[in-house]
Design a protein around this ligand. Structure first.
Ligand code: G6P
Ligand code: ZN
Length: 543
């Protein structure tokens, strides 16, 4: 029976960089999820007779939320739902499934790498027909609707079964429970040279480790790497998804993937290491004794794209988010293809990909992807690297070093200050903003400021403008310092400081990053008064 339930708005339902993310207990408030879902269904266009994909990263509350969404979808016009078995779909797999079945869109339940469990975070976001995150016009409409909501529609019925693959009906609505891995695995085998990768993984010498961090990519990595590509059993570690991610923080970076990093930096260790995050869209790439920064990884993938079957004909263009290092720009220049600089957030790549203006995109926040879907894709990046290693028959370290020798190196680091009070963070950004008009021409620690601004992006496709996307200070020597506040945190504010220096001298390519960037780090602190305003002596996380 369809019921209209009366409810009242919650004032905190504005989606952030990637959907609505809150503590689980916030979502557990009466009507909280339902209000947001109704506001979402009311904002995404005509839902009548449409197909909707649903799946999540398996964290605590995933299945509970799916049951609610299913019961609401049934009385909000949808004709068919496609749901990953057990409610699972990695974010890239969800994007793949939306595109493959030409669905109207999808609902992804995830808070990405944020800790999970009863005391952890939960999240929900809507992806549109192209498989990518909804643009700001839609997320803003969802927020506006959530602020005026007075009731929602839901079917009162028993829970559906998410365990068996197959078709069932809820009233007139068809529900297909699908294998969450199969479509994605097939897409990967269409893109990459699986026989070449298989030969590498089975040559008896090459060793790799993939850390799924107890999150969604376990089943995907086991199926693709171990089963289809023949990597030895045990290649995938922490491969069984758990509702609380085993109490961990599945963010693939040097801090949170410490176990993997230690193994790769041991005297005797695997040749290749990789990790993905809670929902499978991020990646970290390691070689024996080397960490490949996400910015370098983007540049290296682009430079080697012609070795990959799907990109053999070359790239239409490359895009990176503004704070991502300019390493990929050098590759674009060498390839004589366009380079696009967008604000932080994968959604800004969607229009460029749809218009076929770019083929490969990446962000410093451990995201890389291409036109195969409309989300960043962790395992795709891992397979891309494996494909390069298989063809070039060199180590990760040799490939990176040769890349720097050919294109120069962009030394790069990001310093995060997490959970600082929101007022302090705003005061700090405001202080920087006020300095902008006077900075150009000044000499700071010997670096002359070329420009200073608050980045705004003019989308060349839909002509939309995104303002206040981060304060950039560019120096005449190509160095950059960027400040922005994270849009994905759930507690206080996170200040991110991005620091980049350009090195073309072949004698200076192999220095320690933090040492090399010391003078710029000092400039950043003195401009933003980080230490005095936040009372912090050091960043929470350095990547
Ligand atoms: C998510 C988005 C990315 C973004 C990242 C960092 O992972 O999908 O596109 O780069 O968050 O965002 P933040 O606002 O926390 O720096
Ligand atoms: Zn993620």
């Amino acid at each position: 029976m369809s019921t209209t339930i009366t409810s009242q708005p919650f004032n905190d339902q504005r989606p952030g960089t990637s959907g609505l993310r809150k503590r689980v207990r916030v979502f557990q408030q009466k009507h909280y999820l339902e209000n947001f879902v109704q506001a979402m269904f009311d904002s995404v266009g005509d839902t009548q007779e449409q197909t909707l994909v649903i799946g999540g990263d398996g964290r605590f509350y995933n299945q509970t939320a799916i049951q609610t969404i299913v019961k609401m979808a049934a009385v909000n016009g949808f004709k068919r739902l496609i749901i990953g078995q057990h409610g699972l779909l990695s974010t890239p797999a969800a994007s793949c499934v939306i595109r493959k079945y030409q669905a109207f869109g999808g609902v992804i339940l995830s808070a990405s790498h944020n800790p999970a469990g009863q005391e952890g975070d939960f999240g929900i976001k809507f992806n549109i027909r192209n498989g990518g995150p909804a643009p700001e016009s839609i997320t803003e409409a969802i927020y506006q609707n959530s602020q005026h909501i007075s009731s929602y529609q839901i079917l009162e019925c028993a829970d559906i079964s998410l365990t068996e693959i197959g078709t069932q009906f809820l009233q007139d609505m068809q529900i297909d429970i699908i294998d969450p891995v199969a479509d994605y695995a097939e897409l990967m085998s269409d893109i990459f040279d699986f026989p070449a990768i298989r030969a590498l993984l089975c040559n008896g010498r090459f060793q790799m480790r993939f850390d799924a961090m107890h999150a969604i990519t376990g089943p995907y990595a086991k199926e693709i790497l171990e089963k289809r590509l023949g990597a030895e059993a045990g290649t995938v570690i922490n491969g069984v998804p758990q509702a609380d991610f085993a109490g961990g923080h599945p963010d693939p970076n040097l801090t949170y993937a410490a176990e993997l990093v230690e193994e790769l930096f041991a005297d005797i260790g695997p040749d290749f290491g990789a990790a993905s995050d809670g929902d499978g869209d991020r990646n970290m790439i390691l070689g024996h004794g080397i960490f490949v920064t996400p910015s370098d990884s983007l540049a290296i993938l682009a430079a080697n794209a012609e070795l990959i079957p799907a990109y053999q004909k070359g790239l239409k263009g490359i895009a990176r988010s503004m704070p991502t290092s300019q390493a990929a720009d050098r590759v674009a220049q060498a390839l004589n293809i366009p380079m696009h600089e967008t604000p932080t957030g994968w959604k800004f790549f969607g229009n460029l990909l749809d218009a076929d203006m770019v083929t490969i995109c990446g962000e410093e926040s451990f995201g890389t992807g291409s036109n195969h879907i409309r989300e960043k894709d962790g395992l795709w990046a891992v397979l891309f690297w494996l494909n390069i290693l298989a063809i070039r028959q060199q180590s990760v370290s040799e490939i990176v070093r040769q890349h720097w020798q050919k294109y120069g190196r962009n030394y790069y680091t990001r310093h995060d200050y997490e959970e600082i009070p929101i007022e302090i963070a705003n005061q700090l950004m405001e202080g920087l903003q006020q300095q902008i008009p006077d900075l150009a021409g000044q000499s700071l620690n010997g670096h002359i400021v070329d420009y200073a601004d608050n980045f705004s992006y003019h989308d060349p496709v839909d002509k939309s403008i995104a303002e206040n996307q981060g304060i950039r200070i560019g120096f005449t020597d190509g160095c950059r310092i960027i400040f922005r506040l994270s849009g994905t945190g759930t507690q206080g504010a996170t200040l991110r400081v991005y620091i980049e220096a350009i090195e073309d001298n072949p004698d200076n390519l192999f220095e320690d990053t933090q040492t090399r960037l010391k003078d710029l780090i000092e400039i950043a602190d003195s401009l933003a008064k980080i230490k005095s305003l936040t009372g912090r002596n050091a960043p929470t996380v350095i990547t």
